[in-house]
Design a binder for this molecule. Structure first.
Ligand code: AMP
Ligand code: MG
Length: 337
């Protein structure tokens, strides 16, 4: 397949592709999405094929504004409207009961649907111009780090979709927060830039899905959580503990092994000078860590390292989302020193 690459000056051609059942990669404020008409079962199937995504990992449906919500979901609770009023358009996905107009393939056969209203002007215009809700997962090959800039999607997805829109860098750099309101109690399925505290402000108590920090045990409400995710080519090992001890531990590993990489904080490179280092920010600025994480993981693919030791910041805000992605990238290999 020949992929057309465009700048987002005119989106009509992209919208026509979506409306006629094709696939378009577009920028959003979280990460790049791989979109198709959410009402067209055949188009939706193309998304799974382009990504190599397992059919049991459901997709998020993107709408332009809350007036389209009842076209895709049914029995929408008041709290969902309140969440969208407070935090949308933006990096929040709400899981609701699925309306029959949305093909079951989108939700991997579940009777629910995940809905988001993106704030990125290109994403928002594309939905409006196409005249349909757009199903879109992150635009990476299944299992790989999500793409946060045009270069990532160009490298990985050229030839796999009809069109790629070059929209520069994603502002947030991590996928949306996913909260389910489809059951009796609200459950946080995936942490993101909308924090647990922000959800609790609207919903009261919010349960944390076990799958956020632990390996899938067959019970997770979000099926996608069981797969290894966000993985660069090298093995990732997450190291947690006090700064000085973590640094000594990683240094000892570098001394005894070749091919080590370190995903570190700014200013730490000197501690790990015999390894390949990439810093992704400082713990006191967790939004920067989130913004840089996936690009940093992809950087190591261009180096010969076979193992990446990763530093991580503590915190209950967006730090939770960064930790979640790193735990998945590490396949749950976490060392506490
Ligand atoms: P991605 O589009 O790559 O950001 O992945 C979408 C995420 O939303 C995955 O973690 C899915 O498991 C989750 N998701 C999508 N639809 C549903 C749903 N109906 N119920 C629960 N989780 C969902
Ligand atoms: Mg994804």
């Amino acid at each position: 397949m020949i992929t057309k690459h465009i700048k987002p000056d005119s989106l009509q051609e992209a919208a026509d592709i979506i409306a006629s059942g094709g696939t378009v990669i577009f920028p959003t404020e979280t990460v790049y999405g791989l979109g198709a008409n959410a009402l067209d079962k055949t188009a939706v199937t193309k998304i799974y094929k382009a990504k190599g995504r397992p059919a049991d990992n459901p997709l998020i449906v993107h709408i332009a504004d809350v007036s389209q919500l009842e076209n895709v979901a049914r029995d929408v609770p008041k709290t969902a409207y309140e969440l969208f009023r407070r935090y949308s358009p933006g990096p929040l996905t709400v899981v609701l009961k699925r309306k029959d107009t949305i093909p079951a393939e989108i939700s991997a056969g579940l009777d629910t649907v995940a809905v988001r209203i993106p704030s990125h002007p290109v994403a928002n215009s594309l939905i409006k111009l196409s005249g349909c809700p757009i199903a879109a997962p992150s635009a990476n090959l299944s299992g790989r780090p999500s793409p946060t800039c045009y270069a990532h999607v160009k490298d990985e997805m050229d030839g796999r979709v009809d069109m790629i829109i070059d929209g520069g860098e994603s502002d947030i750099g991590l996928e949306s927060t996913v909260v389910s309101l489809a059951g009796d109690e609200p459950i946080l399925l995936r942490p993101g830039a909308i924090t647990l505290r922000q959800l609790e402000d609207v919903l009261g108590r919010v349960e944390l899905s076990r799958s956020i920090f632990a390996e899938y045990d067959g019970s997770a409400a979000s099926p996608g959580m069981k797969y290894r995710h966000y993985a660069p080519k090298a093995k990732v090992v997450l190291v947690k503990g006090y700064d000085s001890e973590v640094r000594s531990f990683i240094k000892s590993k570098i001394r005894s092994n070749e091919g080590c990489g370190v995903l570190c904080f700014d200013g730490e490179e000197e501690f790990f000078c015999e390894a390949v280092t990439r810093s992704y920010g400082i713990p006191s600025e967790p939004r920067t860590l989130a913004h840089n994480l996936f690009d940093a993981l992809r950087f190591f693919d261009s180096t010969p390292v076979s193992v990446i030791y990763a530093r991580v910041a503590d915190g209950n805000g967006i730090e939770m989302a960064v930790l979640n992605r790193l735990i998945k990238a590490a396949g749950f290999t976490v060392i506490e020193v």
